[in-house]
Design a protein around this ligand. Structure first.
Ligand code: TA6
Length: 313
């Protein structure tokens, strides 16, 4: 079974404007939609669309959590959240016709109680086992500090499940120290780990990727946004992926779909270099549509043939 853990779930309110959003102007809305948010839930949606069994877990605020569960059900995703008397945060996504990406505005999320934290550890203890996959994506909420995050990852490791992490700053460092199966930092998150402030050539990233492999992270996918990604594997092979040209509608959730595509193929026994290829196509398809989730399988097949892959080592 694949378990996706969204520790800081959200309900995305996606607002589309008639023209480019401008300050000091009356910006007219043309459409409002709601979608699931918080990252690992998006991974669940991709898996579900591909017919791969999975369960969405994490923390949810009971005051409005039903909305999120219903949105997930519309995609067919089964959930098993730890509920707490609180309000699930709302994220606002602003889209306009500038073709320059979305604005994402996020709340911190409710403070997870000690009791909820313990219930999550119990959930992992009771459910996860060898051959399972656990995906942790998104920023952990207040109440889950780096120490607790490390304990959660340790518990999953004890159960021998394969761990994928898409997180940032100290939480990303905790995942690196825990030696997980795969991390997927974006360029900013990656540069922050090593305090890289100057502009460097892409191939210079190799030495930093090697440092992370030396530390025990099994595989790293460094995402370069619309410029593609670099995969560094445990066996020290390195691949560079160049995505297809697309007409971007909404880049929010594209990184999560990328992870979803990768996880799906790994769960089917594909090699990581093939999995990243598929993830790249899924993510391009996601970015070509307005919602925060989902993709089109036919479009993904077309995109697959347009991705360029180079082996760097
Ligand atoms: O990646 C998109 C997204 O999952 C949105 O749906 C939004 O809710 C946000 O990210 C949450 O990100 P965060 O890092 O705050 O957990």
């Amino acid at each position: 079974m694949i378990y996706t853990f969204t520790l800081n779930t959200a309900i995305d309110k996606i607002i589309t404007f008639e023209s480019e959003i401008k300050r000091r102007k009356n910006n007219k809305i043309s459409n409002i939609m709601y979608d699931v948010g918080g990252k690992a839930v998006h991974v669940s949606i991709i898996l579900e669309q591909l017919g791969i069994a999975n369960k969405a877990s994490g923390f949810i605020g009971s005051q409005n959590g039903g909305i999120l569960i219903k949105l997930l059900e519309q995609y067919g995703v089964k959930s098993d959240f730890i509920e707490q008397e609180a309000k699930t945060r709302e994220s606002v996504v602003l889209l306009d016709n500038s073709n320059e990406g979305s604005y994402m505005i996020t709340e911190k999320g409710f403070r997870v109680s000690e009791d909820s934290y313990k219930r999550l550890l119990d959930y992992i203890e009771e459910n996860l086992k060898l051959s399972d996959i656990a995906v942790f994506s998104g920023s952990p909420p207040p109440g889950i500090d780096v120490g607790k995050y490390t304990v959660i990852l340790k518990k999953v490791k004890e159960k021998k499940a394969k761990i994928f992490v898409d997180s940032a700053s100290d939480y990303l460092k905790a995942a690196i120290d825990s030696g997980v199966f795969m991390i997927k930092p974006n360029e900013d998150e990656f540069r922050e780990i090593f305090n890289i402030t100057e502009k460097i050539e892409e191939r210079e990233y190799i030495k930093y990727l090697d440092m992370l492999l030396d530390k025990g992270t099994e595989n790293i996918v460094l995402s370069l946004g619309k410029n593609g990604s670099i995969l560094a594997k445990k066996n020290r092979e390195i691949f560079r992926y160049y995505p297809p040209e697309i007409i971007q509608q909404n880049d929010t959730g594209a990184g999560d779909s990328f992870v979803g595509g990768i996880v799906s193929q790994v769960s089917l026994g594909e090699s990581l270099e093939e999995a990243v290829l598929f993830g790249t196509a899924v993510s391009a398809s996601k970015a070509s549509q307005k919602l925060s989730s989902g993709f089109d399988i036919k479009q993904t097949q077309i995109f697959l043939s347009k991705i360029k892959r180079e082996q760097w080592r």
